[in-house]
Ligand binder design. Sequence first.
Ligand code: ADP
Length: 558
Amino acid sequence: MAGAIGRLTGWIAAVKGDLGRPGGPGLVQYLAVSSGFTIVYLILEWLTRVHELEASGITLWSPVKALSLALLLLRGMAYVPALFLALLLSDILVYAVPKGPGSLVVTNLAVALGYAGLASLLARGFNFSIKRADLRNVIALLFTVPAGTFIIASIFCGLLVLFGNLPASTWWEAVTRLWVGDTVGIIILLPVAMAAFSWAQRPIEARPRVILLNSTIFLIGVSVALWLIFSIEEADDYQFFYLLFLPASWAAMRGGFAGAAAGVCVVHLALLASITWNYPASTFMSYQLLVLALAFNGLLLGAVVDERQRSDGLLRRQHAEVARMTRHAAAGAMGVSLAHQISQPLSNVAMYLHVSRQLLTASPAQPEQVASSIDKATSQLRHAKEILERLRDFVSRGTLQPAPVDLGALARKVAALAEDDARAQGVSVRLDLASAPVAVVDALQLEQVLINLINNAIDAAAESGQPPGSVMVRVAKADHRARIEVEDNGPGMSDLVADRLFEPFVTTKQDGMGLGLALSRELINAHGGTINWATAGPNGGTRFVIDLPLDPEVARGP
Ligand code: ADP
C-alpha cells in the first residue's frame, strides 16, 4: 500500500511537471483531452459490455484498454489521472458494481497505475511508438501486452477478493476473462492505430492502396469461412476456425502490416457479430483466444512482409547508388585517362618550343630548323587535340570513325613514336609486318591502344636487365581477322595484378594509373575485337594479343 501511495505521489508530480513543462499540454488542453477521453471511454465501455462476470465490470472484450494505452503512449503519463477517472466512472455509471468507496479507489488506481507501467515499459524499455509499424515495434507489442495485462488482471482480481467483491474461488476465472478481454481489445485495435499513423506519415505516392480485388477476395474468404464455421450443423464449434487464417494471411501478404491490422479487425468484428449474444461465455472466450492466435499470426506476417519490402527498397536504393558511384568513377577514370593520353604530346610540345628558343638565340641563326621545330610542336598539339576530340566522341556517343587503315603503317608509326623512349631505356623495338593487312578501324583509337601496349612492353623489357630488353611487334592476317601481337622479354606479369589486369586503376607502377589496359580493352571491344595476354616464353616475358575483324560491319553481318 505504501508503495502504491509512493507511486501515486510520483504520478502527481509527473502530472504537475508535464503541465508546467514548456511545450507540455496547457491546462485547458489537458482538461479537454481528459474529458473527451473519459466520454469516449464510457460510451465504448457501454457498447462493449460483453459477457460481464457477475457484476464485477470484468468483460470478455475490452477495446477501451486499447484506447487507454494509446492515450498514455501518445500523451504521456500526465493522463494517468484521466484514465483513473474514466475507470472509476465506468465502474459507477456503466457497470454499477457494488463496491465500497475504498475498493472503488484502490482497484481502479491499481489498474490505472498498471497501464501506466505497461505504457512506460513499452515506450522506455522497448522504444515502442504507436506511430511506427516496424517489425521490432510489432514484436514488442505482441509480447509485452499479454504479459502486462496478465499481471494487471491478477492484481486487480486479487484486490477484488481482498475487498470482498469477488469470491476467492472465482479469482482465476476472473483473471482469465479480464486478461483475454483486455489483451484482445489491445492487440486488435492498437495495430489499427499504428497502421493508420504510419500510413498517414508516408508520402501519398508511397501509401499502400486498398486494392478492390484484394479486399473482395479477403471478404469472400471471411464470409465463406464464417458460413462454414456457423452454418454446418454437424460441425462442432471450432472445427473450421482455421479457415479464417486464410483470408487473414491473404490480407497480411497483400497489404503488409496495415492489411493485416485491418483484416484481423474485420475478422474479429465479424466473429463478434456472429457469436456475442448466441454463445455462452466459455465458447466466447475460446473464440477470443483463437482470434488472439489469428492476430499474432496475421500481424507478425504483415510486419515481416513490410520489412521485406523495406529491405527490398533499401537494396534497390543501394544498387542505384552503387550504379551512380560507378558512373562517377568511370567518368573520373576517363578524365584521368585523358590526362594520361595527352600528357605525352604536351611534353613534346614543351620540348620543341624549348629547342626553338635555343635555336633562335644561337648564332648564326638557323631559321629552317626553328621552323621545323615549331612545325613539330604544332603537329603534336594537333595530335593532342585529336585525342581529346576522339575520346569525347567515344565517351559521349560511343561511336567509332572507322576507315580502312594499313595496320603495318600504323604499327610502324607507333613504334617510331616510342623509339626515343625505348632507346633511353636500352630496349630495342623490332617489327614483323610482312603480312600486315588493311583493316577498317578507328586509326586514332587503335593507335592509342598500341601506344599503351608498346609503352608497357618497353617498361617491362627495361626491367629485365640481362639479356638486353627487346620488344617485338607483329601484325598479321589470320583468317578474316587481323592479329596484332606485342611481346616483350620482361619479367612477366605480376601475380598481384594478373587476374584484374583490365580493370581500371590496377597498376604495379609507382607513377602508373592503371588505366591504359582498361581503356585499351574498351576500345578494342568497341571494334568488335578481343585483347588477351599470355606468358611469352619459358623465361618469362609477356605477349599481348589483339584480334580484330578486318571489317567490323562485315563481321557483325548484315
Ligand atoms: P599502368 O601502365 O599505368 O600501370 P596499365 O593498365 O597499362 O596501367 O597496366 C596495368 C599493369 O599491368 C601494369 O602496372 C603492370 O603491372 C602490368 N603490365 C602491363 N603490361 C605488362 C607487360 N608487358 N609486362 C608485365 N606487366 C605488365
